[in-house]
Every structure is written in C-alpha cells, then in structure tokens.
Design a protein around this ligand. Structure first.
Ligand SMILES: [Ca+2]
Ligand SMILES: [Ca+2]
Length: 163
C-alpha cells in the first residue's frame, strides 16, 4: 500500500507529539536545520568568509560580532571542505601568544589536538621578529605575524530546530 506523503508526515508528527506529551526528557528533541543564507554548510556546522582580511585580534572579534567563532578545523576533512568551498588560505584559531612555542588551538571553548604544520619549511619557525598566529593552506600550517591581514573564516553550529 502506498501512503500519501501528507499522511506519513502527519503520522510522524503525531508520534512526536505523543512522545512529547509523555513528559519525559525526550521532549527536548531537536534537529539541526540549514545554515543561514550566505553561510556554507558542512555537517552540522556553518561557515562564512569575512569580506575583509584582518589581523588576528580583529578577525576573532568580528566572528564574535557575527554570533560565531574564528574557525579552528578539527580534521583534514574539515580543512579540505573549507579550502575547496571558501578560500584556500585562511587564519586558524591557533596561537602561541601566551608561551612562545606552546600552541593553543581552540574551536570555540574546545581545545583541538589536531595539528598539520608544514614540516618541509620547519613550521612553526617563529620567523623574523616573531610569529605567533597560525594560518592554513594546501601545504599545511604556517605561523605568521598576528598583525598580518589574512583571509578569515567564521564558524557556528547550524541552527537547532525545536519541536
Ligand atoms: Ca611564536
Ligand atoms: Ca612561519
């Protein structure tokens, strides 16, 4: 028997209602929705490149102003998506500003263990007068001066739909 689409949707809604009126904790069920316009979606995350290349501190603040955080990829897969779909070279939220040589990489408030330094050129090399902020391109990560104007990607979770 082929059920009309509307009936199936109706049945699903009814099941959810029953589950929710049961008063148990599952009532808070939610699903991830689509990203806002102009944001690119990868899994349950949304990304957007800033229209201007900014120094580290300004880039970080600009992302916060947009309700997001400066991107810190947690894997090569995430990096590949960003390089193919947004920009091949971008700043990542990774710095050794506190203690020279001790890199702190954070995705929002989460410490990220993933590293992809470009070993061929000895990065991170703290070159010249010092380099404390990291940026990624196809060959890996490089530390660069924090005041450099570097393309910036902001990241936020896809909106949650409650029902
Ligand atoms: Ca450094
Ligand atoms: Ca460097």
């Amino acid at each position: 028997m082929i059920l009309p689409k509307r009936l199936i949707v109706g049945l699903i809604s009814l099941c959810l209602m029953i589950r929710c009126t049961g008063g148990n904790e599952r009532c808070g069920a939610s699903i991830r929705g689509a990203c806002p316009p102009a944001w690119s979606q990868w899994g349950d995350k949304c990304y957007k490149q800033l229209s201007k290349d900014l120094p580290w501190a300004e880039a970080k603040q600009e992302c916060i102003n947009m309700g997001s955080v400066l991107v810190m990829p947690q894997s090569q897969e995430e990096t590949d998506f960003l390089q193919k779909n947004l920009v091949p070279y971008f700043r990542i939220n990774c710095n050794d500003l506190q203690v020279e040589g001790t890199w702190v990489c954070q995705d929002g408030a989460t410490d990220v263990e993933y590293r992809n330094w470009r070993v061929e050129t000895g990065e991170p090399n703290n070159d010249g007068r010092g380099e404390d902020c990291a940026a990624a391109d196809e060959t890996g990560w490089n530390d660069v001066p924090c005041e450099n104007h570097v393309p910036t990607i902001c990241k936020r979770p896809a909106p949650q739909l409650h029902f």
